[in-house]
Ligand binder design. Structure first.
Ligand code: ADP
Length: 465
């Protein structure tokens, strides 16, 4: 038995094996249909024989594509966890060495370990670091990388179709990968993992809340709605920071407020990395505050969920989230009055720009919302809501189009004056909201409405034609 002990000692310990990986699909939230594709990969391991017997080719490599922090690594671990196989991982940036041959020999060692301990998942993080199209990098660094890439191709081919070692790689740039990598039998399957939507964010928050002492009435929806554009890694961090808040105050339960504060901190952290001058922050704040302040005057629009100057998914500037009845809006069941209110709110940024910076200093920050106002005004006229023309007859008379535009522009002008009037009467409130936005970057519903209460808002007469 002494000999056996010695042999066990001599056996090289696998360097790239991650021990104790115990991730399951239930730890990864907000996947939707992607989950089915990943379950299939698990089956390549658990039902490999069945696939082979039926002549179904098992892919050698799977590419998980998506921005950082969406859970690509977590998913690769979950595949290994669900299949009950070993998990080997390396970051491709570790392949890229200045010494010739080091990268290639690491790849060889990684795959040798994975084979000796098969079945296994090999996970390569940031594949683009080594998988960029060959010939793009000049000089000896480029040669070294090519040698590494070639070795990777050889290693991938060694397992083709056998299903004992499956490589999963992550990248944010599938478009720049060397074509040789994505050829059949190599990384021939791509799975896109997008940033989570509203429901996805709720689910991710809940997954991370599972092991924490959450208050029973935590409003996950509120946190999810103010974290547009955030990924799983950031949401996980919010729950952690909220737990720290709770501990610091000596409480025993994490509340919605803890989470809201943590979300604001996360956002600020994100934003501090974003370069914007104080002037720019302020300008964006005026833009968003104006919409919120004008909207608060209107019953259908005033259900403001939060106000932010953080760049959000698909929006470069800020965002005022209003809980308009979305069905009513989509199906065109808005009343005449609420359509006018909507137009007025959309014009608020333009009005604020004029009031705060003057006609000479106008920017184009309001271009998008002004566009919304214009098209809503056209809808108004075309829909026969206007009384200047006679209802639906507008629809059929092509040569009236000019008239329609004239009329739409009258409506826009009227609503614009209204927006200006509201803003002028609410300067104090505007200043307070702008200040707090610049400081905190986003305001929750409560924060916004307590400013409204404090600095009052004078309700003007609704516009009428
Ligand atoms: P990526 O590999 O895409 O950069 P990671 O898998 O490293 O992202 O994510 C980092 C952490 O963020 C995970 O360990 C997990 O705590 C959290 N996370 C990310 N996405 C999700 C998700 N969809 N569900 C649950 N947690 C997630």
């Amino acid at each position: 038995s002494g000999a056996r002990v010695r042999r066990a000692h001599n056996k090289r310990l696998p360097q790239y094996l991650e021990r104790g990986v115990d991730v399951k699909f239930s730890d990864v939230a907000g996947l939707g249909k992607i989950r089915l594709e990943l379950e299939e990969i698990v089956k390549f391991f658990t039902h490999g024989e069945m696939y082979r017997r039926r002549g179904v080719k098992i892919p050698g490599g799977i590419l998980l594509c998506g921005p950082p922090g969406v859970g690509k690594t977590l998913l690769a671990k979950a595949v290994a966890g669900e299949a009950g196989v070993n998990f080997f991982s390396i970051s491709a940036s570790q392949f890229v060495e200045i010494y010739v041959g080091v990268g290639a020999s690491r790849v060889r060692a990684l795959y040798q370990e994975a084979r000796e301990n098969a079945p296994s998942v090999v996970f390569i993080d940031e594949l683009d670091a080594v998988g960029r199209e060959r010939g793009l990098i000049k000089g000896s660094g480029g040669q070294e990388r090519d040698a590494t890439l070639n070795q990777l191709l050889v290693s991938l081919d060694g397992f083709e179709g056998r299903g004992e070692v499956i490589t999963i790689a992550s990248t944010n740039r599938p478009d720049i990968l060397d074509p040789a990598l994505v050829r059949p039998g190599r990384f021939d399957r791509k799975i896109y993992i997008p940033k989570p939507g509203l429901i996805g964010r709720i689910e991710i928050l809940k997954v991370h809340a599972r092991k924490k002492p959450m208050a029973e009435d935590v409003d996950y929806m509120a946190i999810a709605s103010m974290t547009d554009g955030m990924v799983g890694a950031e949401l996980a961090n919010i729950v952690e920071v909220a737990a720290i808040n709770m501990m610091r105050d000596g409480r025993t339960e994490i509340t919605t407020d803890d989470l809201l504060q943590a979300a604001q901190m996360e956002e600020r952290g994100m934003l501090d990395r974003k370069e914007r001058s104080l002037d720019t922050w302020k300008q964006v704040a005026i833009n968003e505050a104006a919409m919120a302040v004008v909207a608060v005057n209107y019953p259908d629009l005033k259900n403001i969920e939060f106000v932010t100057i953080a760049p959000r998914a698909g929006r470069e500037l800020g965002y005022v989230r209003m809980k308009m009845d979305p069905i009513k809006f989509k199906e065109g069941m808005l009343t005449r009055q609420s359509l006018l209110d909507h137009i007025t709110v959309q014009l608020a940024p333009r009005a604020a720009d004029e009031l705060w910076f003057g006609e000479d200093q106008l920017s184009t920050i309001w271009a998008e919302t002004a566009d919304n106002a214009r098209s809503a005004a056209r809808t108004y006229v075309l829909g026969g809501l206007s009384e200047l023309h006679h209802g639906l007859s507008n629809f059929w008379v092509a040569d009236r189009l000019n008239d329609l535009d004239t009329e739409a522009s009258q409506i826009v002008n009227m609503c614009y004056e209204r927006a200006k009037e509201i803003l002028q009467k609410n300067r104090k409130l505007m200043d307070a909201v702008v200040d707090e936005l610049v400081q905190k970057k986003s305001l929750t519903k409560q924060e916004f409405f307590s400013l409204v209460e404090l600095h009052g808002s004078i309700k003007p007469m609704p516009p009428s034609i």
